[in-house]
Design a protein around this ligand. Structure first.
Ligand SMILES: Cc1cc2nc3c(=O)[nH]c(=O)nc-3n(C[C@H](O)[C@H](O)[C@H](O)COP(=O)(O)OP(=O)(O)OC[C@H]3O[C@@H](n4cnc5c(N)ncnc54)[C@H](O)[C@@H]3O)c2cc1C
Ligand code: SF4
Length: 502
């Protein structure tokens, strides 16, 4: 059975429909809401701008994957004291199709931070309800620790380095079934072993009567007398469409696209599009004596968690050859020599729980995103590079490339690694960073002046308009967010059933 009822690439005439609930976006947030409501017999249509992409269509090439599965071909940029790409999927299943499959539960200490700032959140998001939702997600997505037989050397070496340094580390828990360590999660798993939304929650929703429309971009929510009545937009073939919603509209279009849709629809009360929080990432490359073959083995199979209290989480990374080659320094014959040894390199990265707060506004052809790291964030980035260098050297790397402009391109000893923290630049533009975890642009709270959605996930300004994605998070998490996003989306769906049934 085809997952999508309507493919916008073939819709050339104006198209209209009616349902109970329209859900914008088919990533982890939208897919969970779709399944939850379908299970209760509530008619839903999920509208997704991206197209369906079956496993056999996935390319090994990182560039081709970016062209077909990533928004703006991976060139979406946040402007600030350092121009930083932020990556997102644009495909049926959302970013889950191209993510690293890393699964983390909602950290209790982050929840405590949130509720200590606004006590009403403690009643709206009881930790026990989040944990209950996560337990169901864990079961459905077959979340389990990466086993040694599929980890591959790049992951095992990270574990060895951490063990030598005496730092807490562990195999990563992932949402995969039958993974053979092909290392292509970021290009889409060619065997369908990653249980992304298109292979789990979306088919579940369709089996229960849910409908998915792909290749349809929503331009705005239709609001009448202070109540959301549906959405309008354009199909990939250029025709206008309209879907009327008898009960509610749910935005699950991501922390970048959701605030844009809110503003385009006239929902501007509160900090709509402000408070953009993220986990900017740095990465470091190391050269080993023996072959590592970093493009094989679980894409991301091992993590170092001993620095989480500092807001630094470290992971092995897995890229295709072209992207791996771009992480190796040098020019001319020296570079050619290094390329001949490409199998001996590994790249490990760190996600930072940054304090920076950015902004999202509708732009001419794409959202206008600004985000500047704080001085403390830059120090954290520099420290993370030093830790990564220590880990590489402890794992036996011969050379490490910290990739900080103006700093030694190659380091070989622990004392050189230590000098990163004392000598490397604190100028943001000395670092090449990117963001993959985004939050906070329609934050939840009880005060309509300082928040956008109520603790019920319904916007303060507009009745029957709900936000289910990580836009509602008041702050970042410090861990990989897909499972916490899904858990909160489940609470959003439950709340919608209550509120709309009033
Ligand atoms: C390369 C990469 C690796 C990652 N690895 C991990 C990982 O290993 N573990 C983890 O926990 N997290 C990971 N993440 C982050 C995680 O995947 C995201 O946080 C999560 O997918 C966000 O879920 P979402 O539903 O809010 O948004 P998304 O998954 O981004 O889905 C939103 C969907 O809405 C659609 N949409 C947007 N605007 C419109 C519109 N106007 N009309 C119609 N449709 C629209 C988009 O096309 C998209 O498909 C990674 C992210 C990236 C980029
Ligand atoms: S590591 Fe490979 S086989 Fe395993 S889920 Fe990712 S792409 Fe699929």
């Amino acid at each position: 059975m085809s997952l999508c009822e309507v493919d916008g690439r073939t819709v050339r005439q104006p198209h209209t429909a009616e349902t109970d609930v329209v859900i914008v976006g088919s990533g982890p947030a939208g897919a969970v809401v779709a399944r939850h409501l379908s299970e209760r017999g509530i008619p839903v249509i999920v509208v997704e701008e991206g197209h369906p992409a079956p496993p056999q269509s996935f390319s090994e090439s990182g560039l081709q994957a970016m062209a077909s599965l990533y928004r703006d071909m991976g060139t979406s940029i946040a402007f600030g004291n350092l121009s930083m790409p932020y990556l997102q999927g644009r495909v049926v299943g959302g970013t889950s199709v191209i993510n690293g499959a890393i699964c983390w539960k909602f950290p209790r200490e982050v929840w405590e931070e949130w509720v200590s700032n606004d006590r009403t959140l403690a009643d709206a998001l009881p930790f026990e309800s989040i944990s209950k939702a996560e337990a169901q997600i864990e079961k459905r997505l077959n979340i389990h620790s990466t086993t040694e037989n599929v980890a591959g050397r790049k992951n095992l070496l990270l574990g060895q380095g951490a063990e030598t340094l005496g730092v807490q580390h562990r195999p990563i828990a992932r949402n995969v079934s039958g993974c053979v360590g092909e290392g292509r999660c970021l290009q889409g798993c060619p065997h369908g072993h990653k249980l992304s939304m298109d292979r789990s929650y979306l088919p579940d929703a369709v089996e229960r009567g849910g409908r998915i429309w792909s290749g349809m971009r929503v331009d705005r929510v239709v609001i009448d007398h202070g109540r959301a009545r549906g959405v309008v937009g354009r199909t990939a073939a250029g025709a206008p469409f309209q879907i009327r919603a008898r009960r509610a509209v749910v935005l699950a279009a991501s922390a970048i696209q959701t605030p844009v849709l809110l503003r385009r629809s006239g929902v501007t009360q509160g900090p709509v599009g402000d408070n953009l929080c993220a986990h900017p990432g740095v990465s470091v490359t190391g050269l080993f004596k023996e072959s590592v073959v970093a493009w094989r083995g679980a894409t991301q199979g091992h993590e170092v968690i001993g620095y989480r209290s500092e807001g630094i989480k470290l992971e092995a990374l897995g890229f295709d050859l072209s992207i791996l080659a771009s992480r190796v320094p040098g020019v001319g014959s020296a570079f050619a020599k290094r390329l001949a040894n490409l199998d001996k390199y590994a790249v490990w990265g760190a996600a930072l729980r940054a304090k920076a707060k950015g902004r999202v506004r509708p732009g001419v052809s794409r959202p206008w995103v600004t985000y500047s790291l704080t001085p403390g964030d830059i120090e954290k980035a520099r420290r993370a590079v030093r830790i990564l260098a220590d880990l590489f050297l402890a794992a036996g790397a011969l050379e490490v490339y910290p990739s900080i402009a103006g700093f030694h391109p190659t380091i070989r000893t622990p004392s050189e690694a230590a000098s990163i923290e004392s000598e490397a630049s604190l100028n943001p533009s000395a670092y090449s960073m990117s963001m993959t975890h985004l939050f906070g642009t329609a934050k939840m709270g009880s005060d309509p002046q300082t928040s956008v959605v109520r603790p019920t996930f319904e916007t303060h300004q507009t009745k029957s308009l709900f936000v289910a994605d990580s836009s509602v998070f008041p702050d970042n998490l410090g861990v990989n967010p897909q499972v916490p996003i899904m858990a909160l989306a489940d609470l959003c769906a439950a709340s919608l059933v209550n509120v709309e049934g009033r």
